[in-house]
Design a binder for this molecule. Structure first.
Ligand code: PLP
Length: 367
């Protein structure tokens, strides 16, 4: 080691661009929060997990699995067949990953080289930016307009060097969406060698009728790609499994950057089982709609700004110091996600929603 240092060894300094990045900061564990607050019940509404768990069928299917010593099926063949049937796409139009977090990494690693740029909204899901920095590409962030993607602005930011446009639909953290008509107009104007990625992590919660039929769109526009996950409405976040749907040639190219065994056997079994229980997903979505209504009524009554949401979360802008709001809720057992300009909270059971709403009401009345 010494010898190498004297010879000018600096290889452990890493890539320069990493100096601006920090490792992901995990939220405090429920146990830690209990200790810190002295409370016995803590509700975590910071990660948009399904508050109702997952399909009951999942644990049954998992308990029948015992091939612990074997590597998982690299191509996730059973799951692949089921997802392909579920969506009406060809099997080789699919790519599976250890959650969409890994998919964003695979895509970035595969498609971004230093002379390219990426276009995305600001505020949006932070991982698009994180991986663009690691790949050392120029990032063109286009501010949201009233919480919504500014597709016109994004189109202007695209040039011949743009390799990816990220569209988070519905957008995390604002919950707003891009509709079919807007998206088509956008796709018409984008160069054919720029990939437009539609991150539909919350697809199962969407209720509006003008939401893009993205599976048809990827047939028409070969330069578009759709991302979906089992982490949110399916309630399988702990397993880490999600997928991309796109044209076959692109999928094969992306597959090169995937680790051979990136999804575990457990994750594949959990996902294919969850897919058969449509009732669970439907019920989650219905309860979510009711929960959103609770928040809308509260916000309308107390004049709190918010964006109507197509996800299982809502972004609100109480006229207060956001850190104070966070702390107030935290010390009363509710963990929410503070973000730029607002607070994002997961929609939960009627009781949990009421819990937060009455605390917020208390806070607003105090003035
Ligand atoms: C939660 C989330 C993801 C990541 O989901 P995983 O599949 O759990 O990695 C990706 N995109 C958006 C917009 C999300 O909210």
């Amino acid at each position: 080691m010494h010898l190498k240092k004297e010879q000018g060894w600096r290889s452990n300094e890493g890539k320069k661009q990493l100096l601006t990045l920090k490792p992901y900061v995990p939220g405090k564990s429920i146990e830690e929060v209990k200790k810190e607050t002295g409370l016995t019940k803590i509700v975590n509404l910071a990660s948009n997990e399904n508050p109702f768990g997952c399909s009951e069928k999942v644990s049954e299917a998992l308990s029948a699995f015992s091939k612990y010593a074997h590597y998982p099926d690299s191509r996730a063949r059973q799951l692949r067949e089921k997802v392909a049937n579920h969506l009406g796409v060809k099997q080789n139009q699919l790519l599976f990953s250890s959650g969409l977090d890994e998919m964003i990494q695979i895509i970035s690693r595969c498609l971004l080289s230093e002379e390219t740029n990426v276009v995305m909204a600001s505020l949006t899901f932070p991982q698009y930016r994180h991986h663009a920095i690691i790949e050392n590409v120029e990032i063109r962030e286009v501010p949201l307009k009233e919480g919504r993607h500014d597709l016109e602005g994004m189109q202007k930011a695209v040039d011949e060097r743009t390799s990816i446009v990220w569209i988070c639909n519905p957008n995390n953290p604002t919950g707003t969406y891009v509709n079919e008509k807007e998206l088509r107009r956008f796709l018409e104007q984008i160069p054919k060698d720029t990939l437009v990625i539609l991150d539909e992590a919350y697809y199962e919660y969407v209720t509006v009728t003008d939401f893009p039929e993205s599976i048809s769109l990827i047939r028409e526009y070969k330069n578009s790609l759709v991302l979906r996950t089992f982490s949110k409405a399916y309630g399988l976040a702990s397993f880490r499994i999600g997928y991309a749907i796109g044209n076959e040639v692109l999928m094969e190219k992306l597959d090169v950057c995937r680790l051979p065994f990136n999804t575990s056997s457990f994750a594949q079994i959990a996902a294919q089982t969850a897919l058969t229980d449509n009732t669970f997903v439907k019920r989650s979505s219905l309860v979510n709609q009711k929960g959103l209504q609770q928040y809308y009524s509260f916000c309308d009554e107390y004049n709190v700004q918010y964006y109507p949401s197509q996800g299982n979360f809502i972004y609100i802008k109480p006229d207060k110091n956001l850190e104070e709001v966070f702390q107030y809720l935290f010390h009363r057992g509710y963990i929410v996600h503070p973000t730029k300009g607002g607070i994002r909270t997961t929609i939960s059971s009627v009781e949990d929603n009421n819990g937060i709403i009455s605390l917020l009401t208390e806070m607003l009345i105090e003035d």
